[in-house]
Design a binder for this molecule. Structure first.
Ligand SMILES: [Zn+2]
Ligand SMILES: [Zn+2]
Ligand SMILES: [Zn+2]
Length: 487
């Protein structure tokens, strides 16, 4: 039996109606949604000529998540990705996280050494890693002391020139789970969106009354796949929106009533048409996996465990069972694996060090450098590491990939939007394209990277590259073939 929430996803009329509203919301007056772009399914096309450099549309992500491993590099608002705290805190935090990571790697190596299973390649790799970690730690401590890192984190020191780089004061989650926001408005928005049910509560034992219902779910996601955290945001925000819609309607009762079903479908609409296939059926099998069936079964059981923990954390009499089904959950995770957009927000720490660098040469700059240069040397390349997150956007997720895209996307944390710009003139009727991958990669590596998105790219550039490779193999039989544009 097809679950209710998946059954509706292929009605073209309601789909077009929804996307026309999305186009209006994004002020995308020069675009049309085409549900059947040849060979690709849904796509976005230009309805009139668009000039190079013009903003094609702007929209806000429906959900976003700072990558878990990126928390070590950047302290940002969990709602809008704005950097919070201060330059001093951001630098101190980067260094402290780096030291913690390196200590862990060093101890991992020491553990392998005493483990005694000599000759095991994995242990040898660990030892190499441990040596490298040790060297990097020494490099850090050659420039800063642990005390210096602590005072940067605590706000006990002020670095020169940071006046020009003021960041909003961090606003902690009302229940003290550790999540930080840039403002009371962002905290409240996240709380109402989904955090009220996904908050893990206080991490201290000072308020024992707070139940940590969501903690086992988070722990499982941290250990297996962080995309589950994003999927949970979708599930919870949909359920809460449906409950709100229902509370606003005349019929009050939840559960399997028609009113509840239509409220749920309305709340689910932003995700309804993004659905492709279940996660465990659609992901590309990694090269080192021999047994594909077992691999897919394992993924399915991971999703099943995750959903069980999530359901336990958010049980609420207002919610019916329709959304908390494995096929629906798997389709959300699958949609994210295929349609998500990576957002990268440059760090103010990078701008700060650039500003120091650009100071006029002289005594004043020398005095500043005396303070900042050791920090820069300790941070090394980490000084420029940005905030990295993944997001799902209603319109952007309809845009197909090209290795020679006609548009590019930029993220603005100020108003929490993603803007898509034309990077060359686009003619009416032409399909709008973005690149999902690093377009500077050569043909084979591009195709390998795109395998994770479940398709073989046949863009003009790939077709030309493939033809060029073929003609090379055939000893120049297709001599004179013109290779597509390259910059
Ligand atoms: Zn914010
Ligand atoms: Zn919280
Ligand atoms: Zn391509």
């Amino acid at each position: 039996m097809c679950p209710l929430l998946l059954a509706q996803s292929h009605d073209p009329e309601s789909q077009l109606k929804y996307y026309n509203q999305v186009l209006r919301d994004a002020e995308a007056s020069s675009l049309d949604i085409n549900l059947e772009v040849v060979g690709k399914g849904k796509g976005v096309v230009a309805s009139r000529n668009i000039d190079e450099g013009v903003t094609v549309f702007t929209e806000r992500p429906l959900v976003n998540l700072q990558h878990l491993d990126n928390h070590a590099s950047a302290i940002v608002c969990q709602a809008c990705l704005r950097y919070v705290g201060s330059i001093e805190l951001q630098i101190g935090h980067k260094l402290r996280s780096l030291v913690d990571q390196l200590r862990g790697a060093e101890q991992g190596g020491a553990h392998a050494e005493s483990g005694g299973s000599a000759g095991d390649t994995e242990d040898e790799v660990d030892l190499d890693g441990a040596l490298e970690a040790g060297e990097r730690l020494e490099q850090i401590y050659a420039h800063v002391t642990p005390e210096r890192i602590a005072e940067l984190c605590s706000g006990a020191v002020t670095l020169p020139l940071t006046d020009g780089f003021r960041l909003p004061k961090p606003m902690p989650c009302r229940r003290g789970c550790g999540a930080l926001y840039c403002s009371a408005a962002c905290e409240a928005e996240a709380w109402e969106h989904s955090h009220c049910l996904l908050c893990t509560g206080t991490r201290t034992s000072s308020s024992p009354l707070v139940e940590l219902k969501a903690e086992p779910f988070w722990e499982h996601a941290r250990e297996t796949n962080e995309i589950f955290l994003l999927a949970a945001q979708v599930v919870v925000s949909t359920l809460l929106r449906a409950a709100r819609l229902l509370a606003g309607s005349s019929s009050g009762a939840a559960g399997p009533s028609d009113a509840y079903r239509s409220a749920l479908l309305a709340a689910w609409q932003p995700y309804m048409y993004g659905w492709k296939r279940c996660w465990w059926d659609s992901v590309a099998v990694p090269d080192d996996v021999d047994d594909e069936e077992e691999f897919r079964t394992q993924l399915k059981s991971l999703a099943s465990d995750s959903l069980e923990l999530l359901s336990a954390a958010i049980s609420d009499p207002r919610f019916g069972p329709e959304l908390l089904q494995l096929e629906v959950y798997g389709s959300i995770v699958g949609m994210f694996e295929l349609n998500n957009m990576g957002l990268s927000v440059p760090s103010p720490v990078e701008d700060y060090f650039l500003a120091v660098d650009e100071m006029e040469e002289g005594a004043e700059k020398q005095a500043v450098l005396q303070i900042t240069q050791p920090l820069l040397d300790a941070l090394d390349s980490e000084y420029a590491s940005p905030c990295e997150s993944t997001a799902f956007l209603a319109l952007q997720s309809c845009i197909n990939h090209s290795c020679d895209p006609n548009c590019t996307a930029v993220c603005d944390t100020g108003d929490r939007t993603v803007t898509v710009l034309a990077q060359r003139d686009i003619a009416a009727g032409e399909e709008i394209t973005l690149s999902y991958i690093d377009v500077t990669l050569p043909y084979k590596e591009r195709q390998a990277a795109l395998r994770d998105y479940g398709f073989v790219c046949r863009c003009t550039r790939c077709v030309a590259d493939a033809a060029a490779a073929r003609s090379k193999r055939q000893g120049g039989a297709a001599k004179g073939f013109k290779v597509g544009r390259r910059r």
